[in-house]
Design a protein around this ligand. Structure first.
Ligand code: 2HA
Ligand code: ZN
Length: 303
């Protein structure tokens, strides 16, 4: 210290302090638990091989606590309102953390502010504006209208418990859509039969949407109709769309359904292409499992 003059010491100290303040401001949102959980889920999906290129998207409906914690870091000037092309009144005024359109899941954890962002939905429930992140003119996912409509339905069905909607390009489910009739009944029964705990993880079964153009109002409406009954929806030749109360449950649901789908395809290949299994879980087994776990099975798919 003896050789450092006081003014230059002060200057260095100020630089360090300014840098730290900018760092805290720049990274404060990234450190919040809901953002960390969101980024981890994007990375987990990437590591599963579900998110080639910009495939898949994730949205999370923020709690009041999340909003209050994040608000000091919102843009001073919110961006323009953008019409969603769909209307959902029940979640008007909500805030969502969303992946960006054209963004890659594998890049989210490294650079959240460019790849994800917080959007506010207006009081009419038909438009959004970005209030944080999605830097350099990025936009929320092209599937945001689908996500929003499905958030509305899933939140109503679960008395507000549902907060997460996740879409992934899951290979087993895509493969199944080539070889299984595209009905809720056909997919659900086959998936339940693949692994004992499937019926416990998704006792309502899965809904199936036939092939549709992605990103539009039509797929949003078809999915949200099925979301009245199911947490998981197959988008034929495209992937899965899943809803849940938190990141773990929603990721776990997607993982379970996709694992069952890949087991189905592998078992069918191993069986020479036939579905005439030597051994399988009978309907009584599915019903008894739900009974023992005290879970209501969707009875339209058994018996
Ligand atoms: O985000 O997965 O369905 C890209 C998509 C669209
Ligand atoms: Zn997709």
């Amino acid at each position: 210290m003896a050789n450092v003059d006081f003014d230059s010491f002060k200057e260095v100290a100020k630089d360090v302090l300014d840098g730290a303040t900018a760092g805290v401001k720049g990274f404060a949102i990234e450190r919040m638990p809901f953002v960390k959980g969101f980024c981890r889920m994007c990375d987990d999906g990437w590591l599963q091989g579900w998110h080639e290129r910009n495939g898949g998207n994730l949205t999370y409906r923020m709690t009041d606590e999340d909003i209050n914690a994040a608000r000091p870091f919102f843009d001073a000037e919110p961006r323009e309102w953008v019409s969603m092309g769909v209307t959902g009144e029940s979640l008007a005024g909500s805030y969502f953390l969303s992946t960006g359109s054209g963004k890659y899941m594998r890049n989210v954890a490294d650079d959240p502010a460019h790849n994800i962002g917080i959007v506010e939905v207006n009081e009419a429930g038909d438009a959004y504006r970005i209030v944080w992140g999605l830097l350099d003119a990025a936009k929320p996912t092209s599937e945001f209208p689908s996500h929003y409509m499905n958030h509305c339905v899933a939140a109503e069905r679960t008395n507000g418990a549902n907060r997460v909607i996740y879409h992934a390009h899951t290979p087993g489910i895509i493969e199944m859509s080539f070889i299984v009739p595209l009905t809720d009944h056909d997919f659900t029964r086959r998936l339940w039969q693949m692994m004992t705990e499937c019926v416990v993880v998704f006792p309502a079964g899965v809904g199936v949407v036939p092939w549709m153009v992605p990103g539009g109002a039509a797929i949003a409406e078809a999915s949200s109709e099925l979301m009245k009954t199911y947490d998981t929806i197959v988008w034929a030749h495209h992937g899965l769309f899943a809803a849940g109360p938190d990141f773990d449950t929603t990721f776990g649901l997607m993982h379970t359904v996709e694992k069952a789908a890949s087991l189905y395809v592998a078992a069918r290949v191993a069986n020479g292409g036939s579905e005439d299994w030597l051994n399988k879980i009978e309907d009584k087994g599915l019903i008894d499992t739900c009974h023992d776990f005290n879970i209501a099975i969707n009875e339209s798919f058994v018996g």
